[in-house]
Design a protein around this ligand. Structure first.
Ligand SMILES: [Zn+2]
Length: 227
């Protein structure tokens, strides 16, 4: 349901606090934030830096899962809550915090775009990165995992035989297996696919993030039935 395509929510040119700019981008600012539309539907994953920009401009509010409730905070309210948590020593390893000159603030995991009511994009972008992610960076013939530069895309039914550029016909393959297979079908080459390639129902990157403890709270806003 969620698209990772850039630029769906309103763009902003707001600056992050000067103290953060001076520090340069930290790992915490690069962490991901789930952006909901006005109606609490997940529309996009954005960086924490962008989320703070939107919060500063008053275009978004933090949605914090507290027990069985969602609580909303504007920037000031979120800062106050962060200070309170700090004073109580209420910080956890799976949280990200930003250290500015005069204050520390927790990176929210979910924000709501208060003026944005478009619906999430339904389909997952068909591209190299998402195919690698769908296949877990694993060659679908030998089963070994490789980094992106050492992987290629293989047409299961070769292009020369009418095989299309589709989720169902393109798989991740290491260079060795791709060359060994050549312009043949897996059966002709005596090779077997690990998995039948299918179109993912939601972003493979989002799937990976959902499995991490730090982004667990996103599950409240993303349909569970989708794989
Ligand atoms: Zn291989």
């Amino acid at each position: 349901m969620v698209s990772l395509a850039p630029a769906s929510p309103p763009e902003t040119s707001a600056d992050v606090p000067r103290s953060e700019c001076r520090k340069g981008p930290s790992a915490a600012l690069q962490s991901s934030v789930l952006a909901l539309n006005r109606n609490f539907m997940a529309v996009q994953v954005i960086s924490a830096k962008r989320a703070f920009c939107l919060l500063f401009k008053g275009q978004a509010e933090v949605v914090n899962v507290e027990g069985t409730q969602y609580c909303s905070y504007d920037f000031e309210g979120w800062l106050e809550l962060s200070q309170m948590k700090l004073s109580m020593g209420d910080r956890y390893d799976h949280e990200d915090w930003i250290q500015a000159v005069n204050f520390q603030i927790q990176v929210p995991r979910v924000i709501r775009l208060t003026c944005y009511d478009q619906l999430p994009k339904a389909s997952v972008k068909f591209n190299r990165r998402n195919i690698f992610l769908r296949d877990g960076h694993r060659c679908q013939y030998c089963g070994k995992r490789y980094s992106s530069p050492r992987l290629s895309l293989d047409h299961v039914l070769p292009k020369s035989r009418g095989g299309g550029e589709t989720w169902e016909n393109i798989v991740c393959a290491c260079l060795k297996c791709n060359v060994a297979k050549g312009g043949r079908t897996p059966a002709e080459a005596g090779m077997k696919l690990l998995n039948k390639p299918t179109k993912p129902k939601r972003s493979p990157l989002l799937n990976r993030q959902l499995s991490l403890r730090k982004y667990e709270c996103w599950q409240h806003f993303i349909p569970q039935s989708v794989e």
